[in-house]
Every structure is written in C-alpha cells, then in structure tokens.
Write a protein that binds this ligand. Sequence first.
Ligand SMILES: Nc1ncnc2c1ncn2[C@@H]1O[C@H](COP(=O)(O)OP(=O)(O)O)[C@@H](O)[C@H]1O
Ligand SMILES: [Mg+2]
Length: 418
Amino acid sequence: MSNETFDLKGMKILIVDDTPHNIDVLRKTLEPEQYEIAIALSGEAALKVAPKFLPDLVLLDIRMPGIDGYETCRKLKENESTGKAPVIFISANNDTKDILKGFRVGGVDYITKPFQAEEVMARVRIHLQLQLLIKEHEAARAKMKQTAMELLTKNNRLQEAMQQLKSAQKKLVQSEKLAGIGRLAEGMCHEILNPLNVIFGITQAMEMERSEDEDILKDLASITEEIKRIETITNKLIDFSAKGEIQLESVNINDVIQKVMENLKNEGQLDKVEVNQDLAPDLPNSLLDSGLMEQVFINLASNAKHAMDDYGTLTVSTEFLAKENNAKSADCSISPIPNDGGLLRVKFSDTGKGIPKEHMGKIFDPFFSTDPDMTGLGLSVSYSVVEKHGGTITADSNGEKGATFIIDLPVVHRNSGA
Ligand SMILES: Nc1ncnc2c1ncn2[C@@H]1O[C@H](COP(=O)(O)OP(=O)(O)O)[C@@H](O)[C@H]1O
Ligand SMILES: [Mg+2]
C-alpha cells in the first residue's frame, strides 16, 4: 500500500534518547514528513510527557541513565492512555537477545544504530499507517456498537409501544362490543319486562284458581321459574347497559369484599369452598360505586364456585400499588379517569378447573358461557362495571390449576376531578 492513501501529516511521534545529538539526527530525518514531534531526554521524562502528548508512535533508545528503554516501554504499555502507541526501539546493540527482549516488553520494531534515514522513515511510516488503520477500525467498531445499541433500544421501545397499542386496541374493541350490546339490550329489556309482568300476573292468578290440580300447579311452578330466569337475565342486561350512571362514594374496597363474601356464605352459595381473605390493611379509600362493585365480586365468586366441582379454595386478596409501580399501566390506560393516587388491585384466585386457552379471548364477551344453563353475562357485566371505574379486569389461567381474575382500579379521591 503506498503512503499516498494515508495522510500521516501531523501524527505525533515521541523521541526518547539521552543523547541530544541522536535526537537531532532523528528529528531531521523525520522533518520532511511533517509529523508533530515531542522529545524526552530520559525514560522518566518520557513517562511524564507521553500521557499529555499522547503519541501515535514512540522511538525509544534502550540504554539511558535512570530507567532504561525496556522499563520505559513496559511502563508506557501499562498506562491506558499510552499503551496503544507502538514503540520502536533504537539501539546500537544488535544482539539477538536484546532485540528479543525489546519485543517481549511490548516493542513492535527494532532499528539498529547507526541507522539509514530511509529505513527509519519507512519503518515509522508503516507503523503509523498501521496505527491509523487500527484507530479507524476501532472507531468504526465503536460506532457500529453504538448504532446496534441504539437500534436495540429503539426496537425495544417500538415493541413496548406496540404492546401498549395492542392492549389499548383490545380494550377499545371490547368496549365497543359492550356498548353495542348495551344499546340493543336496553331497548329489548323494557320490551320484554312488560309482557313478562303480565305473564307473571296471569300465572299467579292461575295458581290460586287451580290450587287443587297438582299437575297444573307443577307446570305453573316451572313457568314461574322460567319467568324468574328471564327476569334475571333481563335485569342483568339492564345493569349492564346503565351507561355512565355510577354512584360514586368514598369507600374502602375491603369492606365491599367482606360484605359480599359474608352474604354469599350466609346464603349458602359458597358451600364446600374454603375462602381465604388476604386483604391489605392499609388500603386507601376510593370513589367507587359499591353496589356495582358488589355485583362484580358476586359474579367472580360465583364463577369460582361454579368452576370447582367438589371442594376448592377461593383466595381473595387486595393490594395497594403506589403510583411509581404502575406508571406503565397508567400510561396505556384508555380511561379518562386520572389515577394519580395509585391503584387498588383485587385478585380472585380459585382452584377450579381453569380456563382453556381457546376461551381466554371470549370469556368477557356478552353471552359467552360454557354452561348452557347460564347466561354468560357475569363477566361482561363485570368488565363494563370495572371499565366505568376507569379500571381493568384481566384473567389468568394456567391450564387446570384454576383461574385468577385481577381487577385494577385507580384510587380516586373526591378532589381528583373524576
Ligand atoms: N373462575 C373461573 N374458572 C373457570 N372458568 C371461568 C371462571 N370464570 C369464568 N369462567 C368461564 O367464563 C365463562 C363466562 O363467565 P360468565 O360471563 O360469568 O358467564 P356464566 O358464569 O354465566 O357462564 C364461564 O362460562 C366459564 O367458562
Ligand atoms: Mg358467571
């Protein structure tokens, strides 16, 4: 490679020799190349000058008073700022042993005195070129590494954003679905309830009139039962479509949960279920519609009971997540309700049969049920109630080890503008 491809002008050379004459000769030799040159008259001086001058190459005499060239070289190599500069030894000594020692302590080349100007120039040139190439290579590598890091960070950020978008989209789709069903349901329910009341009245009248006919009474009882069923579904649909009419009051969610669990136990709805309550003692109050939240907890508890064939355990826990722990979930929430006060997390965890993977995407859909005798409205109603509070409800189930429902509600105080 010709040196025309390299611009070596201005590269820095440190000449170390205790004989000023030698330094003069070397300096003159190198003058035409327009290097930047510094000199040191001893090893000690070289070690002082080098970290400031930061040479690209060192020409180093071996025999000097004080520390000799070998020691100087070793010390230069130990220092991080000077260690990379190639060292060329210059010595009158051409003993192979001494030359080898020069290489051992870190030298890259060895020129014997008396030297030919051409030789010195050529060797200096070649090592400077090498040095230049190494520097370029290192810079390119550092740049590549930085670019790779930047790409990685960008990629991570992109993935995070996509994840947030996906979950926001999912919530939107779910809300849309619920809103559509809600509008339809609202109209339908009133149309159904009126005739249903008439039928109910007639049935009761017939029961009284035909109180001696057992067969008829049995049929009328089934009719009444079915009427009740229709009424339950209809009322649930009405609850579900009650848009925005939530009655907020400052309550402690632990109290709501305790009340619900107590009632369910007294009504015998949790027979054969061992209930564990792990309620955080330091939970802040929050603005909630306790009636609606009761409905959510009833739904979750009865689903859990339903999922447990025989005996099982239902663990209900609450937890307060301070703002810094949920910055992310707050960011991607599509709720307009601020949650500067952190989150309340409620978990219903059961040991029932669990939710198969293929059902996970559907359980919050209105009318989705795996039980033909059920309405399939419990979770969709719960979803819309939680959503009205600016919260989220998610399900988690790993196969047959039961299911866990997690509700996150923003802590809202009366003055937080909700
Ligand atoms: N704790 C649970 N364990 C297992 N499956 C559940 C649980 N909760 C809900 N599911 C599933 O989600 C479906 C929908 O629940 P839900 O909306 O309450 O309707 P329903 O209880 O009327 O079937 C249930 O039919 C059931 O398949
Ligand atoms: Mg249910």
